[in-house]
Design a protein around this ligand. Structure first.
Ligand SMILES: Cc1cc2nc3c(=O)[nH]c(=O)nc-3n(C[C@H](O)[C@H](O)[C@H](O)COP(=O)(O)O)c2cc1C
Length: 218
């Protein structure tokens, strides 16, 4: 598939057919994704292929309350879990349906991708705000997994809800103390694939020289 076409047409897929994804297919797409860039080329990622259905259920159960809180915060009009401004006053919603989490046992592929914090040069670590730059050493790899999946006719979604339950997930996953959960990734054969993605146009986020500069393209 042509690269521009793949970049423009790789929506989140959360609805999968029953068709399994073999280990060979998964290994082959990881073989492509491993060429992703990372700071200092340290490649600080590790992928756990979650096959144990009991473990899948435990991980989904950890994500359930996160999903409910995310929805509840979103209903206030705030960006859920934002680090900017005071936290919103939230009415707890209680358990909320989530097709991915509710049916996690039947998702063809569930991956947890974690990053070794000891191998990330956290450039913004001394600033007086939440860090951001370190994620750039692992999320391109995860995006490459999604693009490599697309190339093989698969679809999927990167999720971050498990990151919020990292403390509880750590012993279940055998995740070392100095590693951070980056994403739980779901893959499979799409039931359908959106063809038109809702994305802002270039002019809405690009300017010349300064962030308050003239628009680009002119
Ligand atoms: C950093 C990141 C975190 C995300 N976290 C979640 C998540 O926790 N749960 C989920 O269902 N989707 C998650 N997504 C998927 C986004 O909801 C999705 O990329 C976005 O809504 C665009 O959807 P579309 O590609 O189908 O248009 C995440 C995506 C990214 C890039």
């Amino acid at each position: 598939m042509e690269l521009s076409e793949a970049l423009r047409t790789n929506p989140s897929v959360r609805d999968f057919t029953d068709a399994p994804v073999g280990d060979e297919d998964l290994a082959a797409l990881l073989e492509v994704a491993r060429f992703a860039p990372s700071g200092g080329n340290l490649q600080p990622w590790h992928v756990a292929v979650i096959k144990d259905l009991v473990l899948r259920r435990q991980l989904a159960d950890l994500c359930g309350p996160v999903w409910s809180d995310y929805l509840a915060e979103g209903m206030t009009g705030a960006t859920p879990f934002t680090v900017v401004g005071p936290p919103p006053t939230v009415e707890p919603l209680g358990p909320q349906p989530n097709p991915l989490l509710d049916a996690i046992e039947s998702v063809p592929v569930v991956l947890v991708v974690a990053a070794d914090l000891g191998q990330i040069a956290m450039m913004d670590k001394d600033l007086d705000r939440a860090t951001l730059s370190g994620g750039a050493s692992v999320y391109p790899f995860i995006h490459s997994i999604l693009l490599a999946a697309r190339d093989r006719g698969l679809g999927g979604v990167m999720t971050t809800f498990l990151a919020r339950a990292e403390v509880e997930a750590r012993p279940l996953l055998g995740l070392p103390d100095t590693w951070a959960v980056a994403s739980m990734v779901f893959l499979g054969h799409p039931v359908r694939r959106a063809t038109k993605l809702a994305r802002r146009p270039v002019a809405a986020f690009t300017t010349v020289d300064r962030f308050d500069g003239p628009p680009f393209p002119p």
